[in-house]
Design a protein around this ligand. Structure first.
Ligand code: M6R
Length: 613
């Protein structure tokens, strides 16, 4: 997830780009860059300095050539290639005559890059993006101008993109295009603008339109022309913006947590993008473990903290069922101080959104000393854990600003399940047809989660009924157990209410003693395999006077008859059920916290990244 901006026709192009990039930093901040069309050159500056990137970029462009009217800018959240200056956008073609910014993921970049290199191009970075200016340079040889060249180039591209392209040969023109990744364009007087999102442009214009998938835009001073990929004109969809900048950064939602929950469908698709080949082979690009190395693994050990630990617990069921591998899942701060039995045939998977959590980092280092193969599932490219691991699987969720992990947890589950499937393929433990079925269900989760999110008002209504409750038990069995743990953690974290997650079958071994009227039991009663058993556990708590909230699947009348309140979710297979069952639990925590007037993005006593022991 990156932020892009472009302007042509304004006397102060550089200021517009820098101001816009500041407004876009919430989309990514590991590096930033701009390119301006000067009279005979493309002036380009890129900076990779984390959260300071845009301010340093402002410093470093103090001596930019004055009076440039056309330029593009980018703020990056890396998905391919380290967050360094070399990989920062804009990227150039070989001649340095074309500059390009990109938000999205080019799925077939490896094959396109090989094609470009074979045609004599030199690629300087490790990004998926850089192939695009070279492809456009190549297409220009047989095209009548930049627009046609971009159109031809995009015919070859698979994946998600919103791009802005400038060329020295047509100095007033910016060509933009979109597939999946967001893009808006607008005008004000003689200036025309593009951006990935509204905050970048709000101070310049509210005369905006949304670019749809597979549309190409020609931005010239004061004019914006939108066509489809074949060149047919299209009628643009105007965008009515009533937000201020802060509301726009939150996409109009009240807080980042809601925004991030609503990004979950996109994040699921992005985490899968380019990693499942049409042949059905799972291709985990930066994992860096050969088929032989994967085949030599006899045990998996997952280490993580907090919500990442819960994602690891969910994955355990998949590794065991699909790849028939024994799996341990440890809380990193415990793993560090026991004496785990690891060897070179153990695959240790560190799961960490930030990649900086000190307990997870230290656990990973300890595993390396035992000669285990160590890989990391992280949301931050080049984080400490990513740098030190033997291989990485990035979650591509984009920056998560709310302290409560939401979209990154779902992304972790998807990434881990892809790895479990890959292991199953290598070990031959799952028939190709069965792999294809899981892959197809994984793809469908984008829609399933969208549907779950759309039921937010039903969850809000339940939260209103529970406004006086102070004690919550979250119960689940099998894959529903980590879901219950995650539901309890979310509630504790943002509402400050007492909540415990428990395996439902353990209830009678102690916790049942505290169940009494006034207790709320939230039970995850999905996942066909264990449903009967969990419903019988629910009967036990109901008999003791607890208020029962059930997460149940559409059409489940049996669950409905037992519950005081129902949180209905779409149906899925058991192993993938946590991906959608977590959603109403996030929403429940959210609404209970909001009803108590709390700041859901910044809960007390907590930090987004925990770098102390
Ligand atoms: O960055 P990490 O995934 O390593 O962080 C681990 C936990 O600190 C984190 O998941 C924490 O529990 C969240 N605030 C939960 O919402």
């Amino acid at each position: 997830m990156c932020g892009i901006i472009g302007v042509t026709g304004a006397g102060d192009a550089l200021d517009i780009l820098l101001d816009g990039l500041e407004r876009l930093e919430y989309r990514g901040y590991d590096s930033a860059g701009i390119a301006l069309i000067d009279s005979s050159d493309i002036y380009r500056v890129r900076v990779a300095d984390g959260t300071h990137s845009v301010s340093i970029l402002r410093e470093q462009t103090k001596d930019a050539p004055p009076g440039c009217v056309t330029g593009i800018g980018h703020t990056r959240w890396a998905t391919h290639g380290q967050p360094n200056e070399l990989n920062a956008h804009p990227h150039l073609d070989c001649a340095g005559d074309i500059a390009l910014i990109h938000n999205g993921i080019i799925e077939n970049y490896a094959e396109l890059a090989a094609e470009m290199v074979a045609s004599g191009h030199t690629l300087a970075s490790h990004t998926d993006t850089e192939v695009l200016p070279h492809l456009i340079e190549e297409c220009l040889l047989t095209s009548d101008g930049l627009v046609e060249a971009v159109r031809k180039a995009l015919e070859k591209v698979r994946g998600a993109f919103a791009i802005g392209v400038v060329s020295l040969a047509e100095p007033d023109l910016i060509v933009a295009a979109r597939r999946i990744s967001p893009l808006i364009v607008g005008t004000a007087g003689n200036a025309s603008f593009l951006a990935s999102d509204i905050p970048a442009l709000l101070e310049r214009t509210r005369d905006l339109v949304v670019v749809e998938d597979d549309q190409i835009v020609e931005l010239r001073p004061g004019s914006v022309k939108i066509t489809d990929l074949e060149g047919n004109p299209v009628t643009p969809r105007p965008l009515v913006v009533e937000w201020d900048v802060e509301a726009a950064q939150k996409d109009g939602y009240d807080d980042f947590m809601t925004k991030e929950m609503n990004e979950q469908p996109r994040v699921i698709a992005d985490t899968m993008r380019g990693r499942v080949e049409s042949s059905g082979r799972i291709f985990l690009d930066q994992l860096d473990l050969s088929r032989e190395e994967l085949a030599s693994i006899t045990k998996v050990s997952i280490v993580a903290c907090g919500s990442s630990y819960h994602a690891g617990l969910v994955a355990k069921y998949a590794f065991e069922r699909w790849a028939r591998l024994p799996v341990d899942v440890d809380i990193a701060s415990e793993f560090r101080y026991r004496d785990p039995v690891l060897d070179s045939n153990t695959l240790v998977i560190g799961v960490s959104q930030s990649g900086e959590t000190v307990d997870s980092l230290q656990a990973m280092r300890q595993a390396k000393q035992s000669n285990a193969r160590v890989v990391v599932v992280s949301n931050v490219v080049d984080s400490s854990m990513a740098r030190e691991a033997d291989g990485v699987l990035y979650t591509r969720a984009g920056p998560e600003i709310g302290v409560a992990a939401t979209k990154t947890v779902l992304a972790q589950i998807i990434a881990l399940e892809l790895l479990a499937l890959r292991m199953a393929q290598v070990r031959g433990t799952l028939a190709e047809g069965a792999v294809a079925e899981v892959v197809s269900e994984l793809w469908s989760l984008e829609g399933t989660v969208q549907e779950a999110l759309a039921r937010d008002e039903d969850v809000a209504a339940v939260a209103r009924e529970l406004v006086d409750a102070r004690d919550f038990f979250f119960l689940g069995r099998h894959a529903g157990f980590p879901t219950a743990l995650e539901g309890a953690l979310k509630l504790k974290e943002i509402s400050y209410l007492h909540a415990e997650g428990y395996p439902a079958g353990e209830l009678k071994h102690g916790p049942l003693a505290v169940i009494e009227p006034g207790c709320v039991v939230v039970a995850v009663a999905t996942g066909g395999e264990m449903k009967e058993k969990i419903l019988s556990n629910v009967s036990e708590v109901k008999a003791r006077g607890a208020t029962v909230v059930l997460v149940a699947e559409d059409g489940d009348t049996q669950a409905a008859s037992l519950a005081d309140y129902l949180l209905m979710v779409p149906r899925t297979s058991t192993l993938l059920s946590p991906v959608k069952d977590i959603v109403p639990l996030q929403q429940l925590a959210y609404h209970l916290a909001r009803n108590r007037g709390l700041d859901v993005d910044r809960p007390r006593n907590l930090a987004k990244t925990v770098t102390v022991e």
